[in-house]
Design a protein around this ligand. Structure first.
Ligand code: NDP
Length: 261
């Protein structure tokens, strides 16, 4: 780099993104690469991870690795962190969303949701935090949801898991406050990804209405009358990772067109 050019703000930082192969995770990967961070993308779908990594390698001058990992499996995630090497930015993005009326939520639905969204997030934080604290710098951003700060019908397990993620975020933020590590949650409203597409198809199937009407129903929840775009969530995540965001910690920031305030 010519001497007159300044290094991008996250140059020399290494970010690990769970579920980095698609949707919000892939958008976050692009945003962090744009700020100069090297990346490790973790997930179960290795082909999808490689596809996203190839696009990143073609568009940004950062190192991009992919590592298979299932946030539900402690051994799998320990191995993934080992392979990734020291991490200074952790984005806990992996998540699942299932819906059902309260009385029909069985233990399997409940356990899968809590295991992936809440325990998976806790597990990755536990794997990443000690080295960040030791280094005196780190950023943890948990992708929660507006379902982490308000309730929605038919999503008891999902709302409970995401409220848990917000609680976990706030508690570690206090414990970490003097360590140089910030811990925040980003809470998207309905965002245009495969997850939202599945929710729209589900509403259409269960109500007998068409997908257009189901989509209108979801967009009506957002005061701006639209779905959030993955890039908008990613830009908020990237902002929290900047060195200049060091006073922001323990926050749950809604990216939802005013739906939650
Ligand atoms: P997608 O369904 O498009 O992507 C989900 C991601 O999570 C995939 O990359 C998937 O990777 C990963 N994942 C799921 N389970 C596991 C697992 N056990 N181990 C590792 N990775 C896993 O959803 P979004 O991009 O929309 O969602 C990303 C996050 O944003 C989730 O936490 C979700 O709850 C949250 N969110 C989404 C909203 C929306 O409307 N879309 C709104 C609010 C929050 P792979 O298949 O490779 O394992």
């Amino acid at each position: 780099m010519p001497e007159t050019e300044t290094a991008p703000p996250l140059a020399g930082r290494h970010a690990l993104i769970t579920g980095g192969g698609r949707g919000i995770g892939a958008a976050v990967a692009h945003a962090l690469a744009g700020l100069g961070a090297d990346l490790t993308l973790v997930g179960r779908d290795e082909a999808k991870l490689e596809e996203t990594a190839a696009a990143l390698r073609g568009s940004a001058l950062v190192a991009v690795a992919t590592v298979p990992g299932d946030v539900n499996q402690e051994d799998s995630m320990a191995a993934a962190f080992d392979r990734a090497g020291p991490v200074s930015i952790l984005i806990n993005n992996a998540g699942i969303a299932e819906s059902a009326p309260f009385a029909r939520i069985d233990d399997g639905h409940w356990d899968r949701t809590i295991a992936t969204n809440l325990t998976g997030t806790f597990r990755c934080m536990r794997l990443a935090f000690p080295a960040m604290a030791e280094a005196g710098w780190g950023r943890i951003v948990n992708i929660a949801s507006t379902a982490g700060i308000k309730g929605y019908a038919y999503t008891v397990a999902y709302c409970a898991s995401k409220h848990g993620v917000v609680g976990l975020t706030r508690a570690l933020a206090i414990e970490a406050a003097r360590s140089g590590v910030t811990v925040n949650a980003v809470c998207p409203g309905f965002t245009e990804t495969d997850m939202a597409a599945r929710a729209i198809a589900n509403v259409a199937a269960k109500t007998g209405r068409g997908e257009d009407e189901a989509r209108r129903e979801l967009t009506r929840i957002n005061p701006q009358g639209r779905l959030v775009q993955p890039g908008e969530v990613a830009d908020t995540v990237a902002w929290l990772c900047l060195p200049s965001s060091s006073a922001i910690t323990g926050q749950a920031i809604a990216v939802a067109g005013g739906e939650a305030m």
